[in-house]
Design a protein around this ligand. Structure first.
Ligand code: AP5
Length: 219
């Protein structure tokens, strides 16, 4: 299974990718999370990309393609992978085609008003990366991570001015990626409104239930 979740910022791709990758036992590769980890560690890549990300712009194609290509060379990728946030431009889709072509793309279909609401309420743990939502998925104690007690933060690119840029970049650069994969008949659309569980059940149906070689009962 070489799968990618495609959709606008805040559609719930990361939330669902964690569950699907655990069920299918394939690595969840979020380019956004890989880049944020590089910023936290202040690696040369992190220092180079932080200005783009904070403003809500895409990181240059060459940097993100190289980062992902190196990750896909690791041995844990052999059973497949779930990409979250890649490809985001047609240049990235064309590059991926040369080293790890996809066999499924799930498109998260959601109205813009719902995205704004979700992004405005998102908080994340800067240490473990766990994502919360003030409205739909609050932490047990206000403002701190359930797992490690770290104070939760709003992502810098969830500020309203950066969200506006991200949505505009999405329409300009990432919507054509959907057309690219539709032309290859790889896209399944999943309505991404409703609860996390409802969306998850729709994804399971779109993917055809249990992973190959494993029964529903074993999951
Ligand atoms: P990235 O981290 O990929 O951000 P994104 O695509 O904008 O997606 P988000 O993480 O904002 O949203 P999501 O769809 O994962 O939603 P989530 O599950 O968190 O990229 C960030 C930046 O990195 C980019 O702007 C760019 O600069 C750079 N970058 C990354 N990849 C790149 C690439 N390939 N090329 C160039 N640059 C790249 O959910 C959102 C909120 O809603 C959460 O609070 C969650 O709890 C809540 N929620 C989720 N599902 C539901 C539900 N069903 N009901 C109610 N609330 C829900």
């Amino acid at each position: 299974m070489r799968l990618s979740f495609l959709g606008p910022p805040g559609a719930g791709k990361g939330t669902q990718a964690q569950r699907v990758s655990a069920r299918w036992r394939i690595p969840h590769l979020s380019t956004g999370e890989m880049l944020r980890a590089a910023i936290r560690a202040q690696t040369p890549l992190g220092q180079e990309v932080q200005g783009f990300m904070r403003a809500g712009n895409l990181v240059p194609d060459a940097l993100v393609i190289r980062m992902l290509r190196e990750r896909l060379e690791q041995p844990d990728i052999r059973p497949g992978f779930l990409l979250d946030g890649f490809p985001r431009t047609v240049v990235q889709a064309e590059a991926l085609e040369t080293f790890a072509p996809l066999d499924r793309v799930l498109y998260f279909d959601i109205p813009e008003a719902e995205l704004l609401d979700r992004l405005a309420g998102r908080l994340s743990c800067p240490v473990c990366g766990r994502v919360y939502n003030l409205r739909s998925n609050p932490p047990r104690s206000p403002g701190v991570c359930d797992d490690d007690g770290t104070p939760l933060l709003q992502r810098p690119d969830d500020r309203p001015e950066a969200v506006r840029v991200r949505l505009s970049v999405y329409h300009q650069e990432t919507a054509p990626v959907l057309a690219y994969y539709r032309a290859r008949d790889l896209v399944e659309s999943v309505p991404a409104t409703g609860s996390v569980e409802e969306v998850y059940q729709r994804i399971l149906r779109a993917l055809g239930g249990a992973p190959p070689g494993r029964s529903e009962e074993a999951l």
